[in-house]
Write a protein that binds this ligand. Structure first.
Ligand code: ZN
Length: 490
């Protein structure tokens, strides 16, 4: 894991041309062989429910399965990456746009008919070339997981291995979509009319991309101040933002650095890289806070914990800590103290944030419900695109394209981790406010609790156990709905 993580860090931060992963897998072949998988299955099945052995075995088994499933799919992945890197779309004025850059181009295109034309060209290409590749990958992955025989089908085996209830989460998503429907119906038409000058019946997914690209507040988030200001906040919480030098900030511009920020835990907890290529504005603050949450989590994990508690576990947990930090961008006190957003603009900023949060959550709920049906095998592959369009369009109010039904799928239910992280983050935030006040983010007592009680545990505990520690009886969307309601009337 250290070698893979280091290779990933070097390649994606622009220090190296490519990540040479095959030799690492070859060198450690035995760790990911049939025998290792059988051993992990046996350990999992024989450990007593609720014991520490069961936790260890669960995380190790999940890791074995994920990593082993990736092996037979590697050739498909390589083919897809090659395709993505070489495909292009032609805009109506004849310009050639790299496939990977199309979403950014769509978001930045102010002229609506051009925007729709680029998206139509994109969808045509996806339908013909990208979607069939992804469909094949999904089918093969489903077959592989089911062939291991942990449970009778893909969804049951995911539940058995991870301990996450897909059906429970699905009911919560349905409830959230129902509960927030009128809030969404009240908000969306106004925003569409004001920002894009269109009616709800006309709204397409490409319009959503353009809508959320808005740079209206970027001047309040100067790039030059970002690192200093965010470090200052963490210090005011009584926490060393570098965790005693274990976190290395790599946030300068460098050729070959990925556009998307990431956190590379090369040695947990001793060597953690936070990598960001600055683009400027509000979005950088958001990603920096998010990745810092991950970095602090890895760098403050207990060094004496076994591998599986430091490296593996339920990623809903690490995502929730990342979200706890990035959600400071919805916190009036934080914004006023650490950014140049002043009192007179704060209301509008928060209303916009509430709108985005609600859109994003509704999209993720619908996406998860769709993915659950996809993996259930209950709906034939040929009919999935129609279901995708009806679920996603219904939840967001933006019309989705059937071509994206196999492309817009998170591998191995990462959507469920995000949704659970969202829930846990809101539980933690409410608890921190209750216990340490609104400005817990600059309270050393809060910092002590966060580091000592939560971050130090790595991912040993489940999201439910951590919620319980913060006084919540269960994970749910209720605190999120409450928060969004407040933001929308800020
Ligand atoms: Zn994350």
């Amino acid at each position: 894991m250290e070698e893979i993580s280091r290779e990933g860090y070097l390649a994606y931060s622009g220090h190296k041309q490519t990540a040479e992963l095959q030799p690492i897998y070859k060198k450690h072949e035995k760790v990911l062989g049939r025998d290792a998988l059988e051993l992990a299955v046996e350990a999992f099945e024989s450990a007593r429910d609720g014991s520490e052995e069961k936790r260890s075995a669960r995380y190790l088994l999940e890791w074995e399965i994920e990593t082993q499933a990736a092996k037979p799919l590697a050739a498909l992945d390589e083919r897809e990456i090659e395709w993505e890197n070489s495909a292009f779309v032609r805009s109506p004025d004849g310009r050639v746009i790299q496939y990977q850059a199309v979403p950014i181009e769509i978001a930045n295109t102010r002229d609506r008919s051009t925007r729709l034309a680029i998206d139509a060209a994109r969808a045509k290409l996806v339908e013909k070339e990208h979607a069939p590749m992804r469909q094949e990958r999904l089918e093969r992955e489903k077959d592989y997981i089911e062939s291991i025989g942990i449970a009778s089908d893909y969804n049951k085996s995911f539940e058995a291995i991870t301990g996450i209830s897909l059906s429970g989460l699905a009911s919560e998503c349905e409830l959230f979509l129902r509960d927030t429907q009128s809030m969404w119906d009240d908000t969306l038409p106004r925003v569409l009319k004001k920002s894009l000058g269109i009616k709800p019946a006309q709204a397409k997914r490409s319009d959503a991309l353009a809508l959320f690209r808005a740079a209206e507040f970027d001047d309040a988030f100067p790039g030059t101040a970002m690192e200093t200001v965010i470090r200052r906040q963490v210090s005011e919480m009584g926490v060393d933002p570098t965790a005693g030098g274990r976190i290395i900030f790599d946030i300068g511009d460098r050729e070959g650095k990925r556009a998307r920020a990431f956190c590379s835990p090369v040695r947990v907890p001793d060597e953690v890289y936070l990598v960001l290529r600055p683009h400027g504005g509000q979005n950088d603050y958001n990603t920096m806070l998010h990745e810092l949450g991950h970095a602090l989590h890895f760098a403050y994990a207990r060094a004496d914990y076994p591998f599986e508690f430091r490296w593996l576990g339920d990623n809903s947990v690490t995502e929730s800590y990342a979200m706890l930090f990035d959600h400071r961008m919805q916190d009036a006190g934080w914004l006023l103290r650490y950014t140049e957003l002043q009192k007179k603009r704060i209301g509008k900023f928060l209303r916009t944030a509430g709108f985005e949060e609600l859109h994003f959550l509704r999209r993720y709920c619908a996406k998860f419900l769709y993915e659950r049906t996809l993996y259930s095998g209950e709906v034939p592959w040929a009919q999935l695109p129609d279901l995708y369009v009806s679920l996603l369009t219904g939840a967001t109010g933006f019309e989705y394209h059937p071509a994206d039904a196999f492309v817009d799928v998170d591998p191995r239910y990462y959507s469920s981790r995000y949704l659970r992280a969202w829930q846990l983050q809101s539980v933690l935030d409410e608890h921190l406010v209750e216990r340490f006040d609104d400005d817990w983010f600059r309270n050393p007592n809060a910092g002590r609790w966060l580091v000592g009680e939560l971050l130090a545990e790595g991912q040993r505990e489940s999201a439910e156990e951590i919620a319980a520690r913060a006084g919540a009886s269960s994970l749910s969307f209720a605190p999120l709905a409450r928060k969004i309601e407040k933001l929308l009337v800020a």
